[in-house]
Design a protein. Structure first.
Length: 406
């Protein structure tokens, strides 16, 4: 509940301070840039701090403090700095929470435990967005961070009271051994560094693209990179496009809310049926549906404002961020898991994580520039073209991704 509305809040706050899409592009680029060193840092901390309760509870307190700090800044630069710090702190509990589930449940119930964990997280995010809808147009906007900060403090208290320390703890490498934990860990944060990737690791994967038997990881990683680049392009400029089209803050939150509700339902569907539907075909279909949604919103951004633009967003954003994202994410995560193999897991995952982080950051940076100088429609259409490229690359992947190689 506490962190769900923060991205939308930060963008709207910058706009209310008379900032532009360029300023939001800078803020989002910094936010994404910090996730790479943040994922590395908190992974090391998780390995060395073996008490899950202390790490999770302290991270919740830190998030509460940085949310409250939004009240203390009244400039665009101040918001950008606080938002960047929030990015670094808000990923601290992703890994220990996943490990805690594995440590407190028998292996036979891991699948159902992670499913419940995902559902609770989705419900929390949805309620957080409902708070944004109810708050945005009717109460002082910047004070929205007060209930969010309080919710994070409540989370810290609950963590202290309810989490029981275990006599044994798992190493982070266990996450990549179990498909359920791998899926939900990357859903929380699409970066997981078991080891720092080196130049030779990138060369090993992408040199293999020349050969039929070893080209799948390269195709998968490049297509995923194109997907996250497109997502950075689109997501960074979406809220500014809505704001410039005279859509109110509550209405902006309502678009995110609809997307989250549909995404939650779609994940429940695809997580159970991904193997039966075909991994590669599901990924391609998700990419094409997301591209179609981007084209629709991009065309609307160029020609309409007000309620017509809101209606287009309410129709197509849930398709792109809900159905399409869930189907592609479920399929692409299975593909990555199936191609990790027994050896070089850490280095391969490091390459994947670095590509995701750099692609998202580059997309966010260019999004602000394109939208400011050319227009929102051009940005969204460009994002759709990158998704089309990702779909072509994904369709070229061989049948090896349909079953685990481990």
């Amino acid at each position: 509940m506490a962190i769900g509305p923060v991205g939308t809040f930060a963008s709207l706050y910058i706009l209310q301070l008379h900032g532009s899409v360029l300023d939001i592009g800078v803020a989002t680029t910094l936010f994404n840039a910090v996730t790479i060193p943040g994922a590395i840092f908190w992974g090391i901390v998780t390995d060395r701090v073996r008490t899950r309760k202390a790490l999770i509870a302290s991270s919740y307190v830190a998030v509460a403090a940085v949310l409250f700090a939004f009240l203390l800044v009244g400039t665009i630069y101040g918001v950008e700095i606080v938002y960047t710090v929030f990015s670094f702190l808000s990923i601290a509990f992703a890994t220990p929470l996943n490990l805690l589930i594995m440590e407190t449940h028998p292996k036979a119930s891991w699948a159902s435990a992670f499913a419940r964990f995902s559902m609770v997280s989705s419900i929390g995010t949805t309620i957080g967005l409902v708070i944004g809808v109810g708050w945005g147009d009717f109460l002082p906007f910047r004070l929205l961070v007060i209930p969010l900060s309080v919710l994070s403090l409540i989370s810290a208290v609950l963590a202290v009271r309810m989490i029981k320390e275990q006599p044994w703890v798992f190493d982070r490498s266990m996450i990549v051994m179990i498909p359920y934990s791998f899926f939900h860990r990357l859903l929380a944060l699409p970066m997981l560094f078991l080891k720092l990737p080196r130049i030779v690791d990138f060369q090993r994967i992408f040199r293999g693209a020349k050969f039929g038997l070893t080209r799948e990881p390269a195709l998968i990683y490049v297509s995923i990179g194109a997907f996250y680049f497109a997502s950075g392009l689109f997501n960074t400029s979406l809220v500014p496009s809505q704001y410039s089209a005279h859509i109110t803050p509550s209405q902006v939150f309502s678009v995110s809310l609809m997307g989250m509700i549909v995404q939650t339902l779609a994940f429940r569907y695809y997580s159970k049926r991904i193997q039966q539907k075909g991994i590669r075909s599901t990924a391609v279909q998700g990419l094409l549906l997301r591209a179609m949604s981007y084209v629709a919103i991009g065309t609307a951004a160029a020609y309409v404002t007000g309620l017509p633009y809101l209606g287009i967003n309410l129709l197509f954003y849930p398709l792109g961020a809900g159905v399409a994202y869930a189907s592609y994410y479920a399929a692409s995560t299975v593909m990555v898991f199936n191609t990790l193999g027994q050896s070089n897991q850490g280095s391969s995952l490091g390459v994947y994580s670095a590509l995701v982080g750099m692609a998202t950051m580059a997309g966010s940076f260019l999004s602000g520039l394109i939208s400011f100088y050319v227009g929102y429609g051009a940005t969204f259409i460009a994002a759709a073209l990158w998704l089309g490229m990702a779909a072509i690359l994904t369709s070229m992947i061989g049948n090896e991704v349909e079953s685990s190689t481990r």
